[in-house]
Design a protein around this ligand. Structure first.
Ligand code: MG
Length: 372
């Protein structure tokens, strides 16, 4: 997830611990806004405060926090402790990619279930395995773990990863302009397909499982987009393509129109467009590009060996529209993961909503992984 202390995602997660009354009365984004209004008063030391994938401090430091909760973002009967740690680290680093930042370090804090204080996921080596997983995600980006905290939890395991990076020209969500085109990296829907399978008591296929436990690494892409000043806005797809598109449209004051037939659906998703539109946990980058830059985007994709697909346009207006065969419709009803969309059980897998239309076993909501 995503967002830094300044990011919507991180605050979202913070909100999860703030009490049920607020949680049940508002959406995740609304809770983020409420909390940001309390904690953010402006500072000359801060260039970019709450509301993006990370906060940016004067001098170019970029800071983001991302929380993963057992039973919400993952389950130990689905994946190992080391895989859970890798996902947590990769998700935190995804926010650095969304900002066009070069990650510098990670801090990892873990709350261990009381009965499992001697071991997470059933063994005394659990906490070490979790940490090894985060470290492996850090290694992929060339960054060390420089600290953190550990405590007991009366509930599930919670791991919070703070990512620190540097960005000369940070990418933000608010810069999309009418006439820009909308792009996304990679292919979407694989993680949602994995969660949908697990939620039905099935074992997902290898490709979908791999896509869930090992999110892509898009640091190089974010860095290239920022260095060449090619992206007018960017976000990482953590809560679902449509939900995250709204998070570009709103702060930019524009409308995004997504052509469903152009959306790259991961083969691991079995061709299911709904997983790609609403699933979340993809950790790909979605970004907008001014007219005339398509050839440069294509070159970057080739140089990095990252598929980049134009999926829509930016227009005057508000919100997100869907288009198919030239016909447009509202995106209303197309959600993404919202931790507070409904009073879901604590064990509801985060990707539940994505699977909502796919017999996800009543797990009502889709995740983002929280981290917008
Ligand atoms: Mg994010």
């Amino acid at each position: 997830m995503s967002d830094g202390p300044g990011g919507a995602g991180s605050l979202t997660r913070t909100g999860a611990g703030q009490g049920g009354e607020v949680a049940q009365a508002a959406s995740e984004d609304e809770i983020v806004r409420r909390l940001a209004a309390i904690g953010w008063k402006g500072s000359r030391a801060v260039v970019l405060g709450p509301g993006d994938d990370a906060a940016v401090l004067r001098g170019g430091l970029v800071v983001s926090a991302d929380m993963s909760v057992e039973g919400v973002h993952f389950r130990f009967d689905w994946i190992s402790a080391e895989e859970a740690g890798f996902r947590a680290g990769a998700a935190a680093l995804s926010d650095m990619a969304a900002m066009g930042a070069d990650p510098v370090s990670l801090l990892v804090s873990v709350a261990l279930p009381m009965e499992g204080a001697a071991g997470v996921a059933g063994g005394p080596a659990g906490p070490e395995a979790l940490q090894r997983g985060v470290a492996a995600a850090g290694d992929r980006a060339g960054v060390p773990i420089v600290g953190g905290d550990v405590c007991r939890s009366p509930g599930p395991l919670v791991v919070d990863v703070v990512a620190v990076g540097r960005a000369v020209r940070p990418l933000v969500r608010s810069g999309a302009r009418p006439g820009d085109s909308l792009w996304v990296s990679g292919a979407l829907g694989g993680p949602a397909a994995a969660v949908a399978a697990w939620s039905r008591g099935l074992e997902p296929g290898d490709a979908a499982r791999s896509r869930f436990v090992a999110p892509p690494h898009r640091i190089g892409l974010g860095r290239a987009l920022a260095a060449e000043e090619l992206a007018s806005a960017a976000i990482d797809v953590s809560d679902g393509l449509v939900a995250d598109a709204r998070r570009i449209a709103e702060p930019s004051g524009v409308r995004l129109c997504i052509d469903e037939e152009l959306v790259p659906v991961d083969a691991a998703a079995g061709g299911d467009l709904n997983f790609a539109l609403q699933g979340g946990e993809d950790y790909e980058l979605m970004f907008t590009v001014p007219a005339g830059a398509a050839s440069r985007i294509a070159r970057i994709g080739r140089e990095l060996s990252v598929p980049l697909t134009r999926i829509g346009v930016v227009e005057r207006g508000r919100g997100v529209l869907m288009e198919r065969s030239g016909k447009r419709r509202s995106s209303e009803g197309l959600g993404g993961y919202d931790h507070f969309a409904e009073a879901e059980p604590a064990q509801a897998p985060r990707l539940g909503r994505a699977g909502g239309d796919h017999d996800s076993g009543g797990l009502g909501t889709t995740p983002p992984a929280g981290k917008p």
